[in-house]
Design a protein around this ligand. Structure first.
Ligand code: HEM
Length: 160
């Protein structure tokens, strides 16, 4: 637990450069798209020169500029090409946590997730799309964790 807290602190500290702040306030006109699990899986850093994508809370970020964290053989490569919400919330790289499932997480873990989502990913990396599963869960039932306010560049016309 203590390690996870230190890591969150390091993350918060690591995301405050002037360039990063600029990105947070820039409105992008680039279209965003929906990703199936399979499509997202193609952007897992295995090929040099290809973009690297990762989703948190159903929001797909282009983390290519963080290649030293996420590229092939890099320490956080396991997190990319998928929605790694649970892993980020728990600061865990356990394969069982490499999922969008947030059930049973503690208040602290959910808070930590918010802080890394807002303070690191939304600040540092461009949003390129959303996962299809953010609206529907695997069994087709509505995803109750879906929050429209987490979809900053999303417009309903992008859905269809
Ligand atoms: C004791 C263990 C760990 C230490 C000391 C550590 C240290 C760090 C440091 C120093 C950074 C910021 C680097 C920078 O911006 O230059 C960072 C970023 C990060 N760490 Fe860790 N880390 C640890 C474990 C973990 C684990 C287990 C996870 C699992 C999810 C994790 C996920 C991340 C993520 C997602 C980032 C953000 C990278 C980015 O800015 O894109 N860390 N870590």
């Amino acid at each position: 637990m203590a390690t996870a807290r230190i890591c969150v602190l390091l993350l918060a500290l690591s995301s405050t450069s002037a360039e990063d702040v600029k990105l947070k306030h820039k409105t992008s006109n680039k279209p965003v798209r929906l990703f199936t699990e399979e499509e997202l899986g193609r952007y897992d850093g295995r090929e040099e020169g290809q973009p690297i994508y990762m989703a948190i809370k159903g929001v797909v970020f282009d983390v290519t500029k963080g290649r030293e964290f996420y590229g092939k053989g890099a320490p956080y490569n396991a997190l990319v090409g998928k929605d790694s919400t649970r892993a980020v919330a728990k600061m865990s790289l356990d394969p069982a946590d490499l999922t969008s499932d947030i059930s049973g997480l503690s208040e602290d873990q959910l808070e930590s997730l918010e802080s890394v989502f807002e303070g690191t990913y939304k600040t540092k990396y461009p949003i390129v799309g959303y996962t299809a599963s953010r609206i529907l869960t695997e069994d087709g039932s509505p995803n109750r964790a879906f929050k429209p306010e987490d979809q900053p560049l999303f417009q309903i016309k992008d859905e269809f």
